[in-house]
Design a protein around this ligand. Structure first.
Ligand code: SF4
Length: 184
């Protein structure tokens, strides 16, 4: 089944986890035995579930988490460039969620407080070119790239994720009944 309506072509699906707790991905796995049905409809591209590191052309990309560092910016731009439909999943992707609590503080103060030599007490902030740079604050995904749909919740339930995803895969406008739609 394909998102464009032609049958027997599986939808290509990517997922990623940015600044969050991975709870939305755990909720995704809560679709349980329906994973077998999903496997009939879709194949995975980049995802923590496949360990594929870069996103190729795909139909649907689910983003969990806010954007907190330069690597996150690269990832969301790569997904946006490669997917037809981009979905922000969960409070962190939609409004920054819990990680955005740091937005009240200056990033320099956070790093200075968080990285101290345990013996001397002097600042020892990691400074390797391999490490992404922290942004001044945690941004919702839609402040970095265009987002097509948002699926609220912290996390959205497995039932909500499955209903939402299946609607998209089958080319329907996603609709959630009242009991599946929540913001906590
Ligand atoms: Fe975790 Fe909630 Fe953020 Fe999902 S929305 S990553 S469950 S804190």
């Amino acid at each position: 089944m394909s998102i464009n309506g032609s049958r027997k072509v599986k939808v290509r699906l990517a997922t990623t986890s940015l600044a969050g707790c991975f709870g939305c991905h755990m909720s995704f796995l809560d679709i349980d035995e329906r994973l077998f049905e999903l496997a009939e409809l879709a194949e995975f591209d980049r995802s923590p579930l496949t360990d594929i590191k870069h996103c190729g052309p795909c139909d649907i990309a689910l983003i969990e988490g806010g954007v907190c560092n330069t690597d996150n910016v690269h990832v969301v731009r790569e997904l946006r460039a490669n997917t037809k439909i981009l979905v922000g999943v969960g409070a962190c992707a939609i409004n920054g969620g819990l990680p955005a609590l740091r937005n009240r503080l200056k990033i320099d103060d956070i790093l200075d407080r968080g990285y101290r030599d345990p013996v001397s007490g002097e600042p020892c902030i990691p400074n390797s070119p391999e490490l992404p740079l922290a942004l001044d604050k945690v941004y919702p995904v839609n402040e970095i790239v265009r987002v097509d749909y948002s699926l609220p919740g912290c996390p959205p339930s497995g039932d909500a994720i499955w209903k939402f995803l299946k609607d998209l895969i089958l080319g329907r406008m996603p609709r959630l009944d009242y009991e599946l739609l929540h913001y906590d």
